[in-house]
Design a protein around this ligand. Sequence first.
Ligand code: HEM
Length: 162
Amino acid sequence: MTDNDTSSGATPLSFYDEVGGHDTFVRLVDAFYRGVADDDVLRPMYPEEDLGPAKERLTMFLEQYWGGPTTYSEQRGHPRLRMRHSPFHVNPDARDRWLAHMRTAVDELNLPPLHETTLWDYLQRAAMAMVNTFEPSGIGPAADGRAVGALPVTAASPDEPR
Ligand code: HEM
């Protein structure tokens, strides 16, 4: 082995690096949130007025997942994505909308076909796994945990007619 033989110790490029690193993930998530911002079902689910922090969390998560910096876990701990989505009404309609905005965003990246397929397969599988209800939108807990459209449940007072 010569001094300039790096074959034994070289680290293979991560998918994160192969697709262009941080810039690529920022572009992906920016484009995705442009779609969310105009979506009547998804936009109200986001508790914060400003989508910036949510954008940053998704970027950090995806970067970490694909072998980039581990900032997500340093700041947020274990991803536990299903649990973190449990307060939100993720039905098949919400999933399909989420995926439609992601599809547009992935297309904008113009990745080589193999990378594009790898990323898209993952996003589809992850979105399927996030569905937590089959109730139509408008029923079930709102972003802040209140029941939407549910009748108030109060005990009838004894002198009230039944
Ligand atoms: C299927 C439809 C989905 C809907 C409707 C949905 C909706 C939401 C909402 C409303 C939030 C809260 C905003 C925030 O605090 O960041 C959130 C957070 C998040 N979502 Fe989703 N999501 C979906 C799928 C996914 C998928 C497939 C992934 C991963 C590939 C993902 C990754 C994340 C991450 C990383 C966060 C931030 C978690 C945290 O650290 O608090 N989501 N999502």
